[in-house]
Design a protein around this ligand. Structure first.
Ligand SMILES: *[C@@H]1O[C@H](CO)[C@@H](O)[C@H](O)[C@H]1NC(C)=O
Ligand SMILES: *[C@@H]1O[C@H](CO)[C@@H](O)[C@H](O)[C@H]1NC(C)=O
Ligand SMILES: *[C@@H]1O[C@H](CO)[C@@H](O)[C@H](O)[C@H]1NC(C)=O
Ligand SMILES: *[C@@H]1O[C@H](CO)[C@@H](O)[C@H](O)[C@H]1NC(C)=O
Ligand SMILES: *[C@@H]1O[C@H](CO)[C@@H](O)[C@H](O)[C@H]1NC(C)=O
Ligand SMILES: *[C@@H]1O[C@H](CO)[C@@H](O)[C@H](O)[C@H]1NC(C)=O
Length: 400
């Protein structure tokens, strides 16, 4: 904990780290997280007809003056018999034990009944938006009704850290779920708040010019996050057959922003959803940024459902950590995303369909928590979580 304060004082001249630390209400002195290998958060009961899921997502709550160990919330997409809902799990010991605290029903649009909710994303507001103060927990997902007549990126809010949920709005609604190019629909939300604008990114098949593209819509406090801008593009391809999808975004060590995404229908049999990425000065400027394929030092290409975070550990520029849906391994880059700099390292957390990563407090940023919600087409999966130790120097003082 002392390291955090000392590094704050030392880093005053480093604009990017100051802006990262100066996020509103960053918790004072969170205790260091202890390392642990792996625990099961939840396993589907025998009584359920479906015993598999995927798409684990988690959020460390630290934007609202939290004291002590920050709470972590987690969820994943499963198929409860009396659903649909997302189960929300809470940990108050940095992920070593978990309790289910709520079932987030996606019931904001009463004309959508039955069916399922897919592709969750959890986020804690770092700034206030109208009636939602900093610290409000947001949950987005794709609501698909029982008659499969539409896809709906809906957003819910919790003012009590995940115990209860209220409907906020539908960011975008489109046609029936169908992954064929030419069929309009939407998928896979990702939330990011930046400078009083809340962005919800999504995979977008609703533009007839592209098989799929990546887009976002913006909202502000004046509408209490009820009204959304027109769709703004983030990643498109001149080859309209290709399907960029499943975006995640992180600010990296040089202050720039990196988005990673899969490229569906990529013509590489070893990486049919090859992970690609772009780096830009702002999270809203990816459209014109150069695109790179994520090829590793073992000459493989990461594929499907990438998830990207940055930690200050590992060297002067910190480390970009990318997970995907094809490998147990994680892909590390200590050179601000240089395409020649990707190391392939064992994670020890199993293959999962779009695992989530969270940088834990303390330890000079060396602990990254990996949440594995399960894997497509398996008969039985569990939600598991464990830590990964980033190699190299601690961040903060010793990393500079
Ligand atoms: C409910 O969802 C349907 C399908 O997307 C949409 O047409 C309708 O406008 C929604 N209703 C409300 C009140 O948002
Ligand atoms: C939000 O949208 C509604 C319906 O289109 C409109 O009446 C209202 O003025 C909008 N509010 C804001 C703050 O833009
Ligand atoms: C566009 O992408 C598709 C799918 O990978 C590929 O088959 C096709 O050859 C590409 N077209 C061009 C002009 O590169
Ligand atoms: C928003 O993005 C700008 C441009 O990268 C960055 O300077 C700023 O710190 C970001 N603000 C927040 C609140 O994330
Ligand atoms: C990562 O390393 C493992 C183990 O050597 C290998 O099986 C896998 O193909 C590699 N993946 C990539 C994307 O390089
Ligand atoms: C952790 O759990 C995952 C998923 O069940 C499993 O694949 C992996 O082998 C486990 N790792 C350890 C170190 O136990």
């Amino acid at each position: 904990m002392h390291r955090v304060l000392a590094s704050l004082a030392l880093l005053v001249s480093s604009t990017f780290l100051v802006s990262a630390w100066a996020q509103p209400n960053h918790p004072p002195n969170p205790p260091s997280a202890p390392f642990f290998e792996n625990v099961t958060i939840w396993a589907p009961p025998a009584s359920w007809s479906s015993h598999s899921g995927s798409y684990g997502r988690s959020v460390l709550l630290n934007k609202d003056g939290e004291q002590g160990i920050p709470t972590i919330l987690a969820t994943a997409a499963y198929s409860p018999p009396n659903g649909p809902y997302f189960q929300i799990f809470e940990s108050t010991d940095y992920g070593q034990s978990w309790t289910m605290i709520s079932k987030a029903l996606f019931d904001g649009n009463s004309s959508l009944t039955g069916g399922r909710i897919s592709q969750p994303f959890l986020y804690e507001l770092s700034e206030a938006y109208g009636k939602y103060p900093a610290g409000t927990v947001m949950l987005a997902g794709n609501r698909i009704p029982g008659d499969s007549s539409s896809t709906n990126i809906q957003m819910y809010a919790s003012s009590d850290k995940g115990y209860t949920w209220e409907y906020v709005s539908t960011v975008i609604a489109s046609g029936p779920p169908n992954t064929n190019n030419g069929a309009p629909c939407v998928w896979e939300p990702f939330i990011l708040s930046n400078a009083s604008q809340l962005a919800v990114y999504f995979s977008d098949q609703s533009d007839p010019r592209y098989g799929q593209k990546l887009s976002h819509r913006l909202s502000t406090s004046t509408s209490n996050l009820r009204n959304w801008s027109a769709t703004l593009d983030d990643v498109t391809n001149t080859n309209s057959t290709l399907r960029p999808g499943m975006i995640t975004i992180a600010q990296i060590g040089n202050g720039k922003w990196m988005c990673s995404y899969e490229m569906g229908l990529w013509s590489d049999a070893t990486a049919p959803y090859a992970t690609h990425y772009r780096i830009a000065d702002s999270p809203f400027a990816f459209l014109s940024a150069p695109e790179f394929e994520l090829r590793t030092d073992t000459d493989g290409v990461s594929s499907a459902g990438p998830y990207t975070v940055w930690t200050s550990a590992g060297g002067p520029h910190g480390t970009i950590v990318v997970s995907d849906s094809s490998y147990d391994q994680l892909f590390l880059n200590t050179q601000n995303g240089d395409p020649g700099g990707w190391q392939n390292v064992t994670s020890g957390h199993g293959v999962g369909y779009t695992r989530a990563l969270t940088v834990l407090p303390g330890n000079g940023g060396k602990l990254v928590q990996v949440l594995n919600g399960g894997m497509y087409a398996e008969k039985f999966t569990e939600i598991t979580v464990g830590d990964f130790v980033v190699p190299g120097l601690e961040g903060g003082i010793s990393g500079l």
